[in-house]
Design a protein. Structure first.
Length: 271
């Protein structure tokens, strides 16, 4: 039996980050099933060639088995019942739960190694690091900007640590504890210069004007200067190479004079 016989050839991806990473590795042909959300970051899988299955939050063993995979890739968020369903399928399972950029890099490298292309994994990581460093170098001479970024609105939950790291690379100071719930009043007390909203599963549909009104934020420096933005969900909440696009959106929001406006960001209208 050759070493290639141990390398997965039929993969089920239960989160967009896994699908995107396999695309970056040049292995999208090995993806036999993915979620309906995967096409948001990887349009190539929206052509009907992949079986559509539930994600890591709502996974079903029978759906996984129907795809006849030899590997299941999943990432946060998880629900314990869904993890049970994944394990019940009996298929080899790699479950990821990144929190920091270092975790994201390690996960990409791990997937590359498991799929038999370790050098490609390291190349994807290097490209991300180089793109992030380019933004850091351009932003380091600009004034630091106080930033609040949220991944959910009810309750208000601050974005994950990897987003806080991206904010720092773009020349910002993250004003809350990443990944934790925070009250609208506490956000107001921090007086952020910029507010970014990127709600999980909401795409680019965060109602900026509505949340400013409902939370009593009209007096915030960010609201007065209309520096409240929606960044498309897939750019900040997908722990994969798409985070580079999220960084470009953050950088423009913080320093529009230094960076061009990228796709995936929308600014609050005048109240």
């Amino acid at each position: 039996m050759s070493s290639g016989d141990y390398i997965p050839q039929r993969v089920v991806c239960l989160q967009p980050s896994s699908t995107l990473t396999l695309r970056d590795l040049g292995l999208l042909d090995r993806v036999v099933a993915c979620t309906r959300y995967c096409s948001d970051v990887c349009p190539e899988v929206g052509d009907g060639s992949k079986i559509i299955v539930s994600d890591s939050w709502t996974a079903h063993a029978d759906q996984i088995l129907a795809a006849r995979p030899d590997l299941v890739l999943a990432s946060v968020p998880y629900q314990i019942e869904a993890v049970g369903e994944i394990l019940k399928s009996g298929v080899r399972f790699l479950g990821l739960a990144p929190r920091t950029l270092s975790d994201v890099y390690a996960d990409i490298a791990a997937i590359g190694g498991l799929m038999g292309v370790p050098d490609r994994g390291l190349s994807v990581v290097h490209s991300m690091q180089q793109a992030i460093d380019d933004v850091r170098q351009r932003a380091e001479l600009a004034p630091r900007v106080r930033v609040f970024c949220e991944e959910w609105g009810k309750p208000v939950i601050a974005s994950q640590p990897w987003v806080a790291e991206l904010v720092a690379q773009a020349g910002g100071q993250f004003v809350s504890e990443p990944g934790k719930a925070i009250s609208p009043d506490a956000v107001a007390a921090a007086e952020p210069d910029v507010v970014l909203a990127s709600w999980c599963g909401a795409g680019d549909r965060v109602p900026l004007e509505k949340i400013v009104e409902q939370r009593g934020w009209s007096h915030l420096p960010a609201a007065v200067e209309r520096r409240i933005f929606c960044i498309s969900d897939e750019l900040l909440n997908t722990p994969a190479s798409s985070l580079v696009g999220g960084l470009h959106a953050i950088a423009w929001a913080l320093h529009p004079g230094l960076f061009p406006r990228p796709r995936g960001i929308r600014q609050m209208r005048a109240m």
